[in-house]
Design a protein around this ligand. Sequence first.
Ligand SMILES: Cc1cc2nc3c(=O)[nH]c(=O)nc-3n(C[C@H](O)[C@H](O)[C@H](O)COP(=O)(O)OP(=O)(O)OC[C@H]3O[C@@H](n4cnc5c(N)ncnc54)[C@H](O)[C@@H]3O)c2cc1C
Length: 403
Amino acid sequence: MTQQLPTPPADAAGAEAWVSEHLGHLCSDVPTASNLRGGQVAADSALAAFDVAGYAKARNEVFPTGRQGASRLSPYIRHGLLPLPHVWDAVADGPSYDVKKFRDELLWQEYSRHLYARAGTASGMSLRYEPPVTDPIGEIRPSDIEDMACLQLVADQLTSDGWLVNQTRMWWSSHHSVRLGKPWPAGEDQFFRHLLDGSRAANRLGWQWTVGAGKAESYGFSRFQVEKRAPGLCAECPSRASCPIENWPETTPNPAVDVPIALGRIEGDATGGPSETDTRGQPDIVWLTAESLGNDDPALRAHPSLPVAFVFDEPLLGRLQLSGKRLIFFTETLGELAEHRDLRVHLGAPARTLADHRLAVTYAPVPGFQRLRSTLHIEALHPWPWLRRPTGTSVKSFSAWRR
Ligand SMILES: Cc1cc2nc3c(=O)[nH]c(=O)nc-3n(C[C@H](O)[C@H](O)[C@H](O)COP(=O)(O)OP(=O)(O)OC[C@H]3O[C@@H](n4cnc5c(N)ncnc54)[C@H](O)[C@@H]3O)c2cc1C
């Protein structure tokens, strides 16, 4: 079954109601908007408001919120509202130390995309390391953290805002895997369900970094980081006199990971997609994917008079059961686009929904796109806006990739 949905509204309250009515059966919670807005206007405003000066010193700060120096641009970067080259250029006039640190983080994002495009989802091909699992219950339960102000703060922000500073992502993932001994893929799924920037590329890389895939050590989390990055939080904690994370967790050196050969240097560029538009015929519609929802999407820009299609992938979303705030973020973005383009929003399986169309689309470096593209009639395939185009260099580690 595939159906065309009514045009989505762009405002938060309207988007909330629209998601509840049309996509509520695909959500894991009652759809409620995050305080981070979807849409190009919100993305551009966030970038314009971001001052890179002081970023290097403050990016890891957690609490009180006013001390945080991270940009909060990740949901817009993740969904192509702010392409990485655009963000890279936008900070050029800042202090050189801060610009360098910030651009390093953009490179981590780019690296995660290269790694994911190369490793894909094929088992045995990712840089996967499974630390010993001592608690097979998948996610952190409320009872695991009930008297811990630090992790309660993280849980609240994850479920209400759908955004976390990098530092608290490390706290949570370390507590989950290193101290509680739970399987990291379950924690990754929990993050993916809630984070507005949730991507298999960066999320998987983050969790694997914490557990220590490809490194000698996993990342330990203890009271030390809370006192350093969130001064004053321990004073509010019911466990301040009996802190369960007073000491470092016990860790043993990680075994060497057998890095798959496919992640090493390869001949040519298998994952970059076309470097120029690959045109075969005349498209009749632009297909937008969740990877690239911005006004600067190359296919959208190249075909200003064509209608535009977006498909909420019902079978996939049914399996993922995302938090409603993620779908509201998409809906606000689409609602804004519908104000200046002829947008058709569908619910169904993309291959079936788009089967009768001749498509213009932007290449997306993710396995799901590679699977779908072979089943569709793509007449114009537009290049992905890489920050650094893949060249076949090793993606075994960030430092190997950067060289
Ligand atoms: C366990 C774990 C899970 C994570 N899951 C995700 C995820 O699903 N999606 C995601 O985009 N990032 C993820 N990250 C990376 C990072 O935490 C976020 O990108 C960052 O916190 C977003 O906030 P910001 O935009 O304020 O970042 P800033 O510090 O302002 O950085 C600017 C941009 O650089 C990129 N960036 C920064 N740090 C990283 C990093 N370590 N890896 C990759 N890109 C980075 C992001 O695009 C970010 O928007 C994860 C990290 C960890 C440890």
